[in-house]
Design a protein around this ligand. Structure first.
Ligand code: N01
Length: 537
């Protein structure tokens, strides 16, 4: 962005990010007559779906549900070609949304927000960008995504590697051809699991460096389910309400039984049915206590381990691929296409870093247990500084110049995952302390955008200028988020939900596990009570 940008620099709202959240925030706030500027680091809209161009990148919530629901015509017009659409199609959808709602004229691309500082006297925020522009706004809406701050581990010798290196979350725009090359992949989370089968098909040899095996279910991708497509078209309003009231933002009958209440054969049959369905939470939602009861969880974990043993021919490789020592689902589960079977290929090697960690990276490859695995290309599928990373990557200063980084030094504090005490008129969409990461993100995004937009409408009606999370309300909500998390098995596992994948990050449960529908009902109640817990002036 140039400093001679003709658009106004003083607006009602600055939105940071033009992914699913930022695009809808712009549309909604503009619709309320507010002047809005959106600043986006990428050279196009799309957020996560702009950056994640690695082979195999696709959503793992069915596309018919992983879509906006705010506009019935949009939902009826758009046709997904696959049950789980691949990244180019999701990006095309977001580009279509930007064009269809004429959003681009208020979006500045290729520009990163560096800072947002509150001017307490003026009651306005000053936002600076790496393009040299200073914007001022009454409100700042942070739509920066949960998983946009890449995590590149500090491995000795990392910068010595002579060949090309890639991170799944910052994949080049030009196609990468691995034909005839020896490729190494570090990381076996959702990104690695999607990427590995496709790289294996192309590369001369693929070496997978696995620290923690993950539970993955077959996606059974294919054409979208015609019945679900029909519901989106013909019964849009009811379907939207159902999604919004559900536990995870997807259509799934809530389980009513404990896994331990039913005979083993019945349980096995249910898991098998869910395995064959190919959905992310199918098995996790087969019984109502799988994320709370270790013994129940063990039955699901064991079921998946047995499937791995069936698919993978070499018993040692199968054993190395089997997750052990943590509960199923407490690291985000994955959906794959031929992931485990990929390890039956002669040209794929699995290196189990649990047995021996990476010693160092050299110019020629990766050394484990004294063996140098020679590589031409190295792919980091090593994830993100999740949820707080993208927010703390901006120099945010609220009252008395206090930074968000200082405020969150011991972990994020937030009221409803939306507002932070000391940072009036600043909103975190799908922020820590909201269901976000434990839900269909699009459903959670729409809820936050609409709730914040309604709040701003409320302020205007009251002639108020300032809204700020009350310190006590924030304290209680932050505690509630931890109590809810601690009632589950999640905190026992090292995962990005716990901040455990980033050295030095405070260990707290980042998302809220109360369920999308319950959380929405709570937020709506807060609104009905005049935005209880927010100080409005
Ligand atoms: O990242 P991850 P991701 N040495 O953090 C390993 C979403 N997503 O990009 O588990 C060796 O899950 C690390 O090992 P460990 C989804 O929400 C969605 O895959 O820490 N290995 C792990 O195996 C997902 O959960 C889709 O022991 C190291 C891997 O790198 C989230 O994004 C697709 C290491 C990182 O896994 C993040 O997924 C893709 C080291 N020093 C992503 N450091 C959809 O399908 C890390 N690892 C929608």
């Amino acid at each position: 962005m140039s400093t001679t940008d003709p658009r106004p620099a003083d607006v009602d709202v600055v939105v940071v990010g033009a992914g699913f959240a930022g695009l809808y925030a712009l549309h909604r706030l503009r619709g309320q007559g507010m002047s809005v500027r959106v600043v986006e680091a990428g050279s196009d809209v799309g957020g996560t779906w702009f950056w994640n161009r690695y082979p195999g990148a696709r959503c793992d919530i069915e596309s018919v549900f992983y879509s906006y629901s705010f506009d019935a015509d949009l939902a009826r017009e758009w046709e997904w070609s696959e049950r789980y659409a691949a990244q180019p199609e999701i990006l095309a959808y977001l580009q279509h949304v930007a064009d269809r709602f004429d959003l681009r004229r208020d979006i500045t691309l290729d520009t990163r927000v560096l800072s947002a500082h509150l001017d307490e006297t003026a009651g306005r925020w000053t936002v600076t960008t790496d393009g040299g522009e200073r914007l001022t706004a009454a409100y700042v809406v942070l739509a920066v995504g949960l998983l946009s701050s890449t995590n590149l581990p500090q491995i000795e010798g990392r910068d010595d590697f002579a060949g090309p290196t890639y991170h799944t979350g910052a994949w080049p725009h030009e196609p990468v051809d691995f034909t005839g090359r020896r490729v190494g992949v570090i990381g076996t989370g959702s990104s690695g699991i999607q990427l590995i089968p496709l790289v294996a098909e192309q590369a001369e040899h693929l070496t997978v460096f696995q620290r923690t095996p993950n539970f993955s279910l077959p996606a059974k991708n294919g054409a979208p389910d015609p019945a679900k497509v029909a519901r989106v078209r013909e019964d849009h309003a009811a379907m939207k309400e159902e999604l919004r009231g559900s536990s995870y933002g997807i259509l799934l009958e809530p389980p009513t039984q404990s896994a331990l209440e039913v005979p083993a054969a019945e349980r096995e049959a249910k898991y098998r049915e869910r395995w064959d369905e190919g959905t992310l939470t199918g098995i996790l939602q087969a019984y109502n206590d799988l994320v709370r009861n270790e013994e129940s969880n063990h039955t699901a974990a064991e079921f998946v381990r047995q499937r791995i043993a069936e698919i993978v021919h070499d018993p040692q490789v199968a054993a190395d691929l089997m997750p052990q020592g943590y509960a199923y689902g407490t690291k985000r589960p994955c959906l794959d296409t031929d992931y485990y079977a990929t390890f039956n290929r002669d040209d794929v090697t699995l290196v189990n870093l649990r047995r021996t960690p990476i010693e160092r990276i050299t110019a020629r490859g990766v050394v484990v247990d004294g063996v140098e695995h020679e590589l031409d290309d190295l792919v980091y599928a090593t994830g993100y500084d999740a949820m707080t990373g993208p927010l703390l990557g901006i120099d945010i200063r609220g009252r008395e110049g206090r930074t968000l980084r200082e405020t969150w030094a011991d972990g994020p504090r937030s009221y409803l995952g939306i507002g932070v005490s000391g940072f009036p008129n600043l909103f975190t969409l799908t922020g820590p302390g909201s269901p976000s990461a434990l839900s269909n993100a699009v459903v959670s995004i729409e809820q936050h955008v609409e709730w914040v937009a309604d709040l701003l409408g409320h302020l205007r009606e009251r002639g108020a200028a300032l809204v700020e999370a009350d310190d006590q309300a924030e304290k209680e909500w932050t505690e509630h988020v931890q109590v809810a998390g601690n009632a589950t098995l999640y905190p026992r596992t090292d995962s990005w939900y716990m901040g455990a994948n980033v050295p030095g990050k405070p260990r707290v449960f980042l998302p809220y596990i109360g369920g999308v529908g319950n959380y929405r009902a709570h937020c709506d109640q807060v609104a009905r009570e005049g935005y209880r817990g927010f100080v409005i002036a």
